[in-house]
Design a protein around this ligand. Structure first.
Ligand SMILES: [Zn+2]
Ligand SMILES: [Zn+2]
Length: 310
């Protein structure tokens, strides 16, 4: 299983010269499986560039965690939507209020959009994520509601022996410290338990969090605690605050590694996600290497498995 990060920013795109290394595009992750099939996790602005790379793909499957704009904004600029021969399937959270298609159509419709969903040239199917796990090709997917604002899912994706959890918007410590919660009461615990790679919300520093309690996101300390409690083998911290520059995120990455070490974990197995990161999820040992800087921040092996672009 391979993961590529096309957008790691949270809330709103944050381009600019001080954001270049971590990137300004919002949530989008491409996952490629053993049989070369793929899933796309969220359709933030990062999906636009991914769509250009998928120019010839006859079928595309997208899992949406929720419908906040930073997770769907790229859909309208996703090239496969405009190819008549392309079949797109989109899964997302159900809501008693309206169908997934109708809720997405609130964005892809006038006056916010020049096109309506029904006018998209591709064939597109909208599915509520099932309550129990389901198969997409050879891959098993499980979705569960997690603590955020509005109906929001986290995903657990299994391909053979390899497991990925994707919980980009998540506030598991809302209402109670994680230290005080038994495992079964922690939001997202079962989704992320013992995964090879956890991609998890880390929007705030611990100092910033008290002013943002209930906004649906995690402080660094809670993201680390969650990753440790669930026994994630590696964790990629994600959904960076739009105010956090490269410099700030570098400092958070250093702090994360130090605190992870103090928790008895290998600091090579924690990193802050950057746009362009590519990760071989089931490679033995540490597996992220950022060639441009000539050093690893997420582990390395003799044959680098990961490179960072941009
Ligand atoms: Zn978000
Ligand atoms: Zn959100």
């Amino acid at each position: 299983m391979k993961v590529k990060i096309w957008g790691a920013r949270g809330s709103v795109p944050a381009p600019g010269p001080t954001m270049n290394r971590y990137g300004g595009n919002t949530s989008c992750v491409q996952v490629t499986f053993r049989d070369e099939s793929q899933l796309i996790l969220d359709a933030g602005t990062g999906i636009r560039a991914l769509g250009l790379e998928l120019a010839g793909a006859p079928r595309v499957a997208i899992l949406l965690t929720h419908l906040h704009l930073d997770h769907i904004q790229g859909l309208m600029f996703f090239h496969p939507c405009f190819r008549p021969e392309c079949e797109i399937t989109i899964w997302g959270p159900s809501s008693p209020e309206a169908s997934l298609e109708d809720r997405i159509a609130r964005y892809i419709s006038a006056p916010l959009s020049p096109v309506e969903v029904r006018e998209l040239p591709c064939s597109v199917a909208f599915n509520d994520a099932p309550a129990s796990e389901w198969r997409i090709g050879d891959v098993t997917v499980r979705a569960e509601a997690v603590t955020h604002r509005g109906p929001t899912l986290g995903y657990r994706i299994t391909d053979g022996e390899t497991t990925l959890a994707y919980i980009p918007d998540h506030e598991p410590a809302l209402g109670s410290s994680l230290d005080d919660l038994a495992d079964e009461w922690i939001s997202g615990y079962d989704l992320a338990r013992d995964v090879d790679l956890l991609i998890h919300d880390c929007q705030y520093t611990d100092a910033e969090y008290p002013a943002h309690v209930g906004w649906g996101h995690s402080a660094l300390g809670d993201a680390l605690k969650f990753a440790d409690r669930v026994g994630a083998k590696r964790a990629l911290l994600f959904h960076h605050d739009p105010l956090h520059t490269d410099e700030k995120l570098d400092a958070m990455a250093a702090e994360a590694a130090e605190r992870w070490r103090a928790m008895g974990r290998d600091p090579e197995t924690i990193a802050l996600a950057r746009e362009g990161d590519e990760i071989e999820v089931n490679a033995p040992g540490p597996a992220v290497h950022r060639a441009r800087e000539g050093r690893s921040t997420f582990g390395t092996t003799a044959a680098p498995q990961v490179s960072t672009r941009g």
